[in-house]
Design a binder for this molecule. Structure first.
Ligand SMILES: [Zn+2]
Length: 408
């Protein structure tokens, strides 16, 4: 048992968790002054005011650790990344900024297929080295739960390989998501036949080998249609897998509402969500995952976070880290864009990056707030929590603790 003491302010996020991450105000951060945290094994036994600590917790064998009068809060949950890939697209970024069109870039072998080629060509070892480097970048920013998608394999064998690699990360809790329908498969260019093959072969194997419990798809005009999306989600649902979608990113397709009706755990992007669809999403159990860094790099509009939040939606934020449209692991950039361009308040952003994102991964019972029974995943801040999501490129984190152990 470990007693963590000398905590000037403890942000438990317990009220935010109770409200399931909806309609968040500063009160919902659950701030406790002169606080302590007691953890045993990997879990929290108690969190609250030091002088109110139950006597029985002070008896018996225990170790105490002083957190030096600093602020403590739940570790961040980064719920949407494409952190496993080979190569990079820096050259393409330059071409794009010098005026090259997507077609010109594609004709020179660029775009997502260049990442697919580089990923397929990379050894397992090289991919793991790169993935673990990305994981460390997140850990240093206070991330204790990280989602990583497959999606740069684009055929059965390669997608299975990528999921197996994602599951090998040891440093923190990693959630793998199958994203076979990410783009056109080089081997099966017919979208419908590709989905058929996924349903017949890939999903059952993922389920049987327990490689992932979540499925994602890119529903977009010119890519996977809403009809294919629904067919895919239905098949995954019958295997009791969680549904996720890249939806309403470039054009409106109606896929967000369709996914919410199928009880998807999250709908991600939502830039083109229509006004009359907001209420339906807000009233559902589906979490809205907003990815402003991608909108920033693509010079797009930003999702209507204010309208969603005011209608009662549960919102999460994430980096969408990937080598093409969002080559940034910077959580502070996400938060700053959410404040500047989406008019989210700081408490809303903190909730979105903890309990909101925990819901998006269906892990709200174990992470996202500091309460008895939950995983002892927390971070110690350099200064006040009010300095979070203020300086781009700088998350003011002193230390990161995962499952009751210091990992950074
Ligand atoms: Zn994405």
């Amino acid at each position: 048992m470990i007693l963590y003491k000398n905590i000037s302010e403890l942000l438990t996020l317990a009220p935010a968790a109770k409200k399931s991450g909806r309609r968040i105000a500063e009160f919902d951060l659950g701030i406790v002054e002169d606080a302590a945290l007691v953890a045993s094994g990997t879990r929290i036994l108690w969190a609250g005011k030091l002088k109110e600590i139950p006597k029985k917790l002070l008896k018996g064998k225990r170790k105490s650790i002083s957190l030096n009068g600093k602020v403590v809060m739940p570790g961040f949950v980064e719920c949407h990344t494409h952190s496993l890939f080979g190569g990079n697209r820096a050259h393409e970024f330059e071409m794009r900024n010098q005026g090259a069109t997507y077609q010109e870039i594609a004709s020179k072998g660029g775009g997502i297929l260049s990442t697919v080629r580089a990923t397929r060509a990379a050894s397992d070892r090289d991919l793991m080295v790169s993935l673990n480097k990305h994981v460390l970048e997140f850990v240093r920013q206070g991330v204790t739960t990280l989602e990583v998608k497959s999606g740069y394999g684009l055929n059965h064998k390669e997608e299975i390989r990528l999921l197996s690699l994602i599951n090998k990360v040891k440093k923190i809790r990693v959630v793998s998501t199958y994203l076979g329908p990410h783009a056109r498969s080089p081997e099966q260019p017919d979208f419908s036949l590709y989905i058929d093959e996924i349903i017949k072969k890939t999903l059952p194997e993922i389920k049987q080998k327990k490689l992932s419990r979540r499925v994602d798809i890119f529903v977009e005009h010119g890519y996977f249609s809403l009809e294919l999306g629904e067919r895919y989600w239905q098949a995954a649902k019958s295997l009791e897998m969680d549904l996720v979608g890249h939806v309403e990113q470039l054009t409106a397709t109606g896929a967000a509402v369709a996914a919410a009706k199928m009880n998807a755990v999250s709908v991600d992007h939502l830039v083109c969500l229509k006004d009359d669809e907001v209420g339906e999403i807000a009233g559902s159990e589906t979490t809205c995952v907003l990815l402003p860094t991608a909108d920033f790099y693509l010079k797009m509009a930003y999702p209507a976070a204010r309208r969603l939040i005011d209608a009662g939606a549960r919102v999460a934020l994430a980096t969408d880290f990937n080598p093409g449209t969002s080559p940034s692991t910077d959580l502070s950039l996400v938060g700053v864009l959410a404040r500047l361009n989406m008019k989210m308040t700081l408490p809303e952003i903190i909730s979105a990056y903890t309990i909101g994102a925990a819901h998006a991964l269906r892990l709200a019972d174990s992470v996202g707030s500091l309460e008895a029974g939950k995983s002892a995943d927390f971070i110690v801040l350099e200064n006040s929590w009010r300095e979070l999501f203020y300086r781009v490129g700088k998350m003011p984190i002193l230390s990161t603790w995962s499952k009751n152990k210091r990992i950074y």
